[in-house]
Every structure is written in C-alpha cells, then in structure tokens.
Write a protein that binds this ligand. Structure first.
Ligand SMILES: [Zn+2]
Length: 326
C-alpha cells in the first residue's frame, strides 16, 4: 500500500515517519477532491495494523487490517454525516454532525481499547460538526486519552472552532500541479482529462464528473445559460429542479466565476469548452449585479441540502440571471 494518490506521497511518508509518536489530534486541511479522506483512512489503518511494514505502512493481511477494511475494527470510530429520513420518507444526507455522534466519540475514547494498540477517531467532514458537537468533542481533544488519535478532515478549516483548530496538528493538502493531475487522470483512463480538470478544479472531482452522467447534465445546463434571452425561468425551473443541488451549484458557481473572469480580465478558467459564449456574454453583464449573484451563489453552497421549493428557488435565480444581461 503506498499513498492513496501519487500527489500525497510526501505527506504520506511524513505521516508514516511519525507513526511511533503520532499526533494525537491531526487536521488534514485543503481543497475538496484532493484525497484527504482516503489519506485519513490509510493513516488510520497504518496506526491500527498489528504487523506494519518497516516503513510504517499497514500490512493489509493481519486481523486488524481485515477488520479495518471490512469496517468492523473495534478501535476505529468513523464520525461523519449520516443518512436521514425526512417526514416525507425521503432519504438524504444530514448537513451536520450532531451532538449525539460527538458524545458517542467521547464515550468511545473513554472505554479501554479492544486490542493493545491505538484507537482512532476519524471526523470527516470536521467542518460539519455543529456547535454542540464541536464543544463536546473539544473536551476530549484537550486531553486525549492514551493511545487515542483523532484525525479531522476539512475542506473549510476556517469553519472549525478556533479552539478545535488550535488543538490539532495541521497538515495542509494542496491541489497537485495541473500537469501531474492531468497525467494521473490520463493514467486512470479518463477521457478529456485536461478539460475536466479545468472545469472541476481537482483531480478526484474530475474523475467523479467523468464517470457520472454529470457531464451531460452540465452541458444541458450551460447550453441553457448560454442563451439568457431565450431562458424561460418557469419552464427551466421546472426542468432543472430534478438536478442534484450539488451539481447545479458546482456548474452555476463556476459559470458565474467565468463570467466574472471575462468581465474583469477577459479570460475563461473553468469552462474552456464554452469560451466563445462566455466571452460574448461576459462583456455584457452588469458588474455589480454579477458580483451580487456570485456572492449569493457562494453562500448557497453551504446550504445545498435544504431546497424548500426547488422549482421556485430556481425560477427566482433565473430571473436574476436574466437581469444580468439586460
Ligand atoms: Zn496489518
């Protein structure tokens, strides 16, 4: 087992070097789509493995490794967003890590370990801890029991309580250089690697987009946005309400960012395949309205999973979008 992704190699070996005395609270911070979660899991396995290789990597063969890979290691707790069923019977991901989950982690670290080695608590995404959960967790982060290692993962470390951040040894995970990321994508058999990378900004998001039907949905969406004068907010709102909010946000956010880039610098960054359209539209936009809409879109990214009336929400967005060009 080497680093989960080649661009994590240096960080991975630094972590392995620390295996004899690991940080008791580690924060892996950096942009999404860089493999922080996979790195955190590999690190947890390396810590729990009972016959690690000489360089500290997990053996992949001992009982502990088997349990870890099966998700049943008794000294590993995975604290993340859980699925929830709404009153209407709809299953969706929770938007926060709740206090009950943090309390479970606190209990977990107070018990003695099942095996003789480490005990690992993974908190991913740590920026989703709600205030009560963060405060509950803080207590054990301040004085972690012996042999206990917390690994926190975050795309938005600024949203963590400063008191939590200051307890952690922070490791920054940056985006790989575009060339290295493209080479890796090509090696994974991803078609249109460099275009996908430009569009998504990170290699793992590029893989996700390449694999799913998202690329087709993006195209449909952008072909609509490319002709604001023909957009009917009611019709398009109805048609697009079925799109996953995350996809909508990712596409629209980058589209607005490109309009802004054209307006300010005459350059397109995320959607090179729509460069001509963006150049044409970008010059016509009302700058202050565009800035306001972009800002609002960035805010909306935080509440992606709360669409009240999706079609209505999209309609009012589309009305504002059309105004950009009037
Ligand atoms: Zn092992």
């Amino acid at each position: 087992m080497s680093a989960p992704y080649p661009w994590l190699d240096v960080t991975w070996h630094r972590l392995l070097d620390s295996r004899p005395r690991p940080a008791q609270a580690l924060l892996l911070a950096g942009p999404r789509g860089t493999g922080k979660g996979a790195l955190a899991r590999a690190w947890a396995q390396a810590l729990l493995c009972e016959s690690p290789r000489q360089d500290g990597e997990a053996c992949g063969a001992c009982a502990a490794c088997h349990w870890f890979e099966a998700g049943t290691h008794p000294d590993f707790l995975d604290v993340g967003l859980q699925e929830k069923t709404s009153r209407e019977g709809e299953i969706r991901m929770a938007t926060a890590i709740e206090v009950d989950q943090a309390r479970e982690a606190v209990e977990f670290v107070r018990l003695s370990t099942y095996r003789a080695g480490h005990r690992v608590v993974l908190v991913d995404p740590a920026d989703s801890l709600n205030l009560a959960a963060a405060n509950a967790l803080l207590k054990v982060l301040e004085e972690p029991p012996l042999n206990t290692v917390f690994v926190l993962v975050s795309d938005q470390p600024r949203r963590l309580l400063p008191t939590i951040r200051s307890r952690c040894t922070r490791v920054e995970i940056g985006l790989p250089a575009a060339e290295a990321a493209t080479a890796w994508l090509v090696g994974q058999g991803v078609a249109n690697a460099s275009a996908l990378l430009a569009m998504t900004g990170s290699p793992l998001d590029a893989v996700r987009w390449g694999e799913s039907g998202d690329l087709d949905e993006r195209r449909e969406l952008l072909e609509g946005l490319a002709h604001p004068e023909r957009l009917d907010p009611v019709v398009s709102g109805e048609r697009w309400k079925a799109l996953a909010p995350r996809l909508w946000h990712a596409v629209v956010y980058k589209w607005l960012a490109d309009l802004l880039a054209v307006r300010l610098r005459g350059a397109v960054r995320f959607n090179p395949d729509f460069a001509d359209t963006l150049m044409r539209l970008g010059g016509r936009t009302d700058l202050s309205a565009l800035l306001a809409l972009s800002r609002q879109q960035a805010e909306a990214g935080r509440t992606l999973d709360h669409p009240l009336n999706r079609a209505l929400q999209l309609q009012s967005w589309l009305v504002r979008y059309r105004h950009l060009f009037e």
